[in-house]
Design a protein around this ligand. Structure first.
Ligand SMILES: [Zn+2]
Length: 470
């Protein structure tokens, strides 16, 4: 099977150029002219931008365990529709991915239903699974995730958001700083990547005490989780990384103070990298009046000043990857009011569209977009050059974008189990015209094509951190 993508503008982090691409048996066979009579299918990409397939490194599909919210079949179909050809699945399903055995079970289960390729995260519990970290990376984990400051249910190992709801003897307490240091040492030893939710628990608890449990307005939410919590946590992460040479990745950076803390560590030569999410770039506290609990996420969406600092960090290289933090809840749950609604937003399908819109509005260069959504992310997670590269031998994954078209975000065109979005009703500049996974067209005009079967079915991608050091 030979596919030709003709007349498009190839966009990679290093530059753009007009060229045809020939795909054969799932990989890129040739870039340049080839006789059209020798191919089985031609996509005319005249006027379109041809990106390496987008990678969403931050997806919570809730599967297994909380599949009333989302499942892997739905999240990967939504990914395909939005032009994401590879997603990296977070480990906090029930049971979570805490060792190589669960990793292989989860991989086999997800491969049955995946519409896109996927990598798997492992979960770092602290002392409880320190000895399993090496096995997780040997199996090909893209990273291990520490939900820093969160307690876990001892039986299910699910995250506990309200500690008061669970008897103390049934809790695994959040690891102490020294235990996180041990974890860094172990991740460094095996050459892996540690990622963490960075909001300091102590700073949050002190802020909550001052508010006396009051969470009536969005301002209260911001006061209960001050930007200092993020900055303190990132500073500690930097110190732990400096002490161990562990590669430390800060997920969902959300504030100006967080960005400053990342910059300080990077200026010191510490191996600390950072991610942000579309909702921190696109929305501010001013949107709460319109979006309500829909935009409740942790860390919270802050002010226009924070959003501006994040944009600057996206463009100056401080932030190396953008993930959706796709974390759906039901509409009923999200409508419970500010205090009770769970944190999390759907976004795997809109990730590409929101950033393409920003690119066409002049907020970032197309080559930078190729880095953030593909090459930079693939390198960070040990997937490059199989993923994230427009070069001969790489997987034939592409996201084809028409800059002259538009995308209307509509509920009935969303493929997540939860068919709502904070971007609903918005008309975004540009449109993903097609998504190609290993030479197979898996979506056209925002509609997934066919069923995930055989060659068109998503596969596990095992990370190789040895091959692509950060
Ligand atoms: Zn997350």
């Amino acid at each position: 099977m030979r596919l030709k993508i003709a007349n498009g503008t190839l966009v990679s982090a290093g530059g753009s150029r007009q060229a045809d691409v020939i795909c054969r048996d799932g990989t890129i066979e040739q870039i340049g002219e080839v006789d059209t009579s020798q191919v089985d299918e031609v996509i005319d990409a005249s006027g379109w931008l041809v990106f390496p397939g987008f990678i969403d490194p931050h997806v919570h599909s809730r599967d297994p365990g909380l599949t009333y919210k989302e499942d892997f079949a739905h999240s990967t179909r939504a990914a395909a529709a939005g032009g994401v050809t590879t997603l990296l699945e977070m480990p906090n399903a029930i049971p979570p991915v805490t060792d190589a055995t669960v990793f292989e079970e989860r991989a086999a289960q997800h491969a049955q239903v995946a519409s896109v390729d996927f990598g798997l995260w492992g979960l770092a519990l602290g002392p409880d699974n320190l000895s399993d970290i090496g096995g997780l990376f040997e199996a090909g984990a893209v990273g291990v995730k520490l939900f820093w400051g969160y307690a876990l249910d001892r039986k299910t190992r699910a995250l506990v958001y309200n500690v008061g709801d669970v008897a103390p003897e049934n809790l695994i307490p959040p690891p102490a700083t020294g235990e996180v240091l041990d974890l860094c040492r172990e991740v460094a030893r095996v050459g892996g990547l540690l990622a963490a939710h960075c909001e300091d628990r102590g700073v949050i608890e002190s802020a909550e005490r001052r508010l006396e449990g009051q969470l009536a307005t969005y301002d209260d939410v911001l006061r209960a989780r001050p930007d200092t919590a993020e900055a303190v946590s990132i500073a500690i992460a930097g110190a732990l990384s400096a002490a161990t040479d562990c590669r430390f990745h800060v997920v969902h950076t959300a504030s100006r103070e967080g960005v400053r803390a990342v910059k300080r560590a990077q200026a010191d030569g510490i191996r600390l990298s950072a991610e942000t999410c579309p909702h921190y770039l696109a929305f501010t506290d001013a949107d709460f009046a319109r979006l309500g609990g829909m935009m409740k996420v942790y860390p919270p969406i802050r002010t226009a000043t924070d959003s501006a600092a994040l944009w600057a960090a996206v463009n100056d290289g401080t932030i190396t990857s953008i993930g959706s933090d796709h974390a759906p809840h039901t509409l009923e749950e999200k409508s419970l009011g500010l205090a009770s609604a769970p944190a999390g937003v759907s976004g795997v399908q809109t990730l590409g569209a929101v950033l393409i819109d920003a690119m066409l509005a002049g907020r970032l260069a197309r080559e930078r977009l190729a880095w953030l959504l593909s090459e930079g992310t693939a390198r960070l997670y040990g997937l490059f050059p199989r993923k994230g590269a427009l070069q001969v031998g790489s997987d034939a994954d592409f996201t084809l974008v028409d800059p002259a078209a538009a995308t209307l975000v509509e509920a009935d065109r969303l493929y997540s189990k939860q068919r709502y979005s904070p971007w609903e009703g918005q008309r975004l500049r540009g449109a993903v015209k097609a998504a190609v996974l290993r030479g197979n067209v898996i979506a056209r005009d925002g509609e997934p094509q066919g069923e995930p079967r055989g060659e068109a079915c998503g596969r596990l991608v095992r990370a190789n951190h040895g091959d692509s050091p950060q």
